[in-house]
Structure formats: C-alpha cells, structure tokens
Design a protein around this ligand. Sequence first.
Ligand code: NDP
Ligand code: 8X3
Length: 251
Amino acid sequence: MSNRTVLITGATSGIGEATARLLAKNNFRLILCGRRKDRLEALRMELSGITEVTTLSFDVRDQHEVARAIASLPPAWKAVDVLINNAGNAHGYGPIQTGNIDDWDAMMDINVKGLLYVSREVIPGMTERHSGHVINLGSIAGKEVYPNGSVYCASKFAVDALTQGMRMDLNPFGIKVTSINPGLVETEFAMVRFKGDKEKASAVYKGIVPLKGEDIANIILYTLACPPHVVLADITVFSTAQASSTIVNRN
Ligand code: NDP
Ligand code: 8X3
C-alpha cells in the first residue's frame, strides 16, 4: 500500500505493537520506539523480513533523550512521513483527594509532555516538506471524565486540545492530523494502571468482548489509506458492549 516511513511511539506492546505488525504487512517503513530494548529488538527481528525496520529506545519523559534519539536517525530514516504518538498509560485509579503525586507526574509527563517532546522533534521535518500525518492516541477519557480517573482524563483532554491545535497550526502545510479515541482496549494498559494486580486488571474487561490492539491498528491503517484530500480528523471507537466511559454492558 505504501512505502511511507512511520515513527510509532509505544511500539513494545498493545496498540503500538499491533500497529507495527499491520503496517509492516502493508509495506510501511517502521521506526519503532519504546523503553524496553529487548521487545524492540524482538519486533525488529520479526518484522524486518517483511519491511525495513529500525528502532529507537528512549523515555518520552526525558526531553534530551528524545531529542538525541531522533537526531541519531541515519539520513535514510530522517524524513518521517507519519508520526503515531501512541506511548502513554494510566497510572493508578482513585479519587483526587488521595491521589499519588508520582502517578500524577507520570501521566502528565508521559501522556502530555512526552507527546509534545516527540512532536517537536519530528514535525519540523514535515513542515519543511509540506507533507506528513500526525496521529495522536487520545481516549474516550479525553472526551468525558469518569470517577477515579481525573488525572488520566485530564492528560487525555490535554491530548485532545493538542490535536485540535496541531490541526490548526499545521493546516497551512497540508499536514494531516488525526485523533483516535478508543474506549476499553485489552492491552497491558490495565496491568500498568493497577501496578501488576492481575485481578483488578482483568476485572476491567470482565463480561465484555473488549477492543483489541488489532482493532485500533485496523483503524490506523484505514486512516492512512485515505486519499490525499481526505483526513479522518477525530475518531471515537468503542467495543459494542460500551456506550460511554461509565456505561458498559457486562454479562
Ligand atoms: P500498553 O501499556 O500496552 O502500551 C503502552 C506503550 O507506551 C508501551 O509500548 C510502552 O513502552 C510505552 N510507554 C509507556 N511509558 C513510556 C515512556 N515513559 N517512554 C516511552 N514509552 C512509554 O497500552 P496501550 O497499547 O493500551 O496504550 C497505547 C495508547 O493508547 C496510550 O496512549 C493509551 O493512553 C491509549 N489508550 C488506551 C486504551 C486502552 O483501553 N488500552 C483506550 C484508549 C486510549 P515501554 O514500556 O517499552 O516504554
Ligand atoms: C483508556 C480507556 O476508559 O480506561 O484510555 O480510560 S479508559
């Protein structure tokens, strides 16, 4: 379908990993990013028989690390056509009055500032070339707030605002900007949120058929397959069992 170069943050699990696999099959060149080097290397080995793949290991919270990593890309990889800002997580679940400050910092630093740091390094190449596509992973949590999730929701509301602002600022350059806002997707997300508590994590998806990383990957591929004059600006996607952040039909 394409030989565009795509940089995916958070490619070591869940939505990012599924997207890497699907885009590889569709002939996109991949820059896979994440902190876990072993997983990046395993994915690189798996996918490099199908397409060209390179990896960058960095923590999106560290602006200097982000800048250094992206500057280290060899010339053949410097022109990023598609940036998928996917790295992110919820950390903790509970009311504001007893919130854990480290969790708050993690969510703001990763989901908001990390997205900004990566965007700041990649987007100038797109504006120079007057072409590109930025896809930000928002969430239903960036559209409606739910109890015990206020700071994660705030971080995703910020992503929503940034996506809208990017679309405006990048409009003169012909750069597409897309926001994808899923409901419940079964990935490592709940395990991270509940700090490895399997019981709490599996309860999130109990009694429903949740979305899978592959479902979001398919939407990303469809978004990328649109003709040059079409941009899917803002997509909210639920499993059929979900109607809102708080209404989930569990059997
Ligand atoms: P996963 O936990 O499966 O994946 C999260 C990814 O983000 C991992 O690859 C992880 O890589 C990366 N990441 C986390 N922290 C950092 C960091 N500090 N620096 C660099 N990379 C980091 O979750 P999902 O796949 O579900 O989440 C992907 C995106 O989708 C997130 O933005 C999430 O908010 C959003 N989303 C998820 C939903 C869900 O229900 N699962 C619903 C709506 C949106 P590593 O640890 O190797 O660094
Ligand atoms: C992830 C979806 O509902 O767990 O962004 O916040 S939710």
